[in-house]
Design a protein around this ligand. Structure first.
Ligand SMILES: Nc1nc2c(ncn2[C@@H]2O[C@H](COP(=O)(O)OP(=O)(O)O)[C@@H](O)[C@H]2O)c(=O)[nH]1
Ligand SMILES: Nc1ncnc2c1ncn2[C@@H]1O[C@H](COP(=O)(O)OP(=O)(O)O)[C@@H](O)[C@H]1O
Length: 209
């Protein structure tokens, strides 16, 4: 029996995965703008912030020693090395949400999605797919945030990620950010109440560390 089996299904965790450059960040940004009641976990990473990224909003940015200490202390629901950096989902805020009967969404690479599947069989795994390989290359290159060597490494990982699509419960193809956003929000379901992000009597901490 897994540790979340007592929780109602509505309070489940949705995991958003997909290759680098497919549009996960773009979809998350539109959801945050249009559907602010959707609660996203803020992952931790050892990678440096990109110029337009805000610490505590896009990621918690830590050096490797601090990240490894948090991992050793069991502070992550899952964590993994992707390319040369570590990424992890903080455990506390997610457990607080689920224990309060509220849904949560986190982003994770394939290794992280697999760890969450093991730990939480009720979790719903969603794969964001590109319309084509060439379009993925165009998007990743066009973003202009990684050098050629990093792009090559991420595309090599993308091949493995695309071939694991069948492990996911749902695939959403990101033809347009608008369409992919609506499909993902459709899967998440409408909020039971607009105020569900902050139930009375519960303090939902943004982060535990
Ligand atoms: N395991 C795990 N992977 C994550 C987490 N947050 C982000 N990632 C993944 O780490 C990979 C690299 O993310 P990032 O450096 O932001 O690049 P991007 O996907 O190109 O925007 C992507 O596959 C993300 O989905 C997390 O909390 N845990
Ligand atoms: N549906 C789309 N059509 C065209 N360009 C897109 C689409 N979705 C995202 N992009 C662009 O592709 C690039 C990568 O998107 P991003 O959201 O950063 O991907 P990820 O977070 O998955 O790495 C960005 O320049 C973004 O503007």
């Amino acid at each position: 029996m897994s540790f979340d089996d007592h929780r109602p299904v509505a309070a489940r965790l949705t995991v958003l995965s997909g290759p680098s450059g497919v549009g996960k960040g773009s979809v998350k940004a539109l959801i945050r703008e249009r559907y602010p009641w959707v609660w996203f976990s803020v992952s931790a990473t050892t990678r440096a912030p990109r110029p337009d990224e805000i610490p505590g909003f896009h990621y918690h940015y830590y050096d490797r020693a601090h990240f490894e200490k948090l991992a050793a202390d069991g502070m992550f629901l899952e964590w993994a090395q992707y390319a040369n950096n570590l990424y992890g989902t903080p455990r506390g805020p997610i457990e607080e949400r689920l224990d309060a009967g509220l849904p949560a969404v986190t982003e994770a690479d394939l290794q992280g999605a697999r760890q969450i599947r093991q730990a939480m069989p009720q979790a719903r795994l969603v794969f964001l797919a590109p319309p084509s390989w060439d379009e993925l290359v165009r998007r990743l290159t066009g973003r202009g945030t990684e050098d050629a060597e990093t792009i090559k490494r991420r595309l090599a990982l993308a091949e493995a990620e695309l071939s694991a699509e069948s492990e996911f419960d749902y695939t959403i193809t990101n033809y347009s950010v608008e369409q992919a956003t609506e499909e993902l929000v459709g899967l998440l379901g409408s909020p039971t109440q607009p105020t569900e992000a902050c139930p009375v009597g519960k303090t939902l901490a943004a982060t535990h560390f």
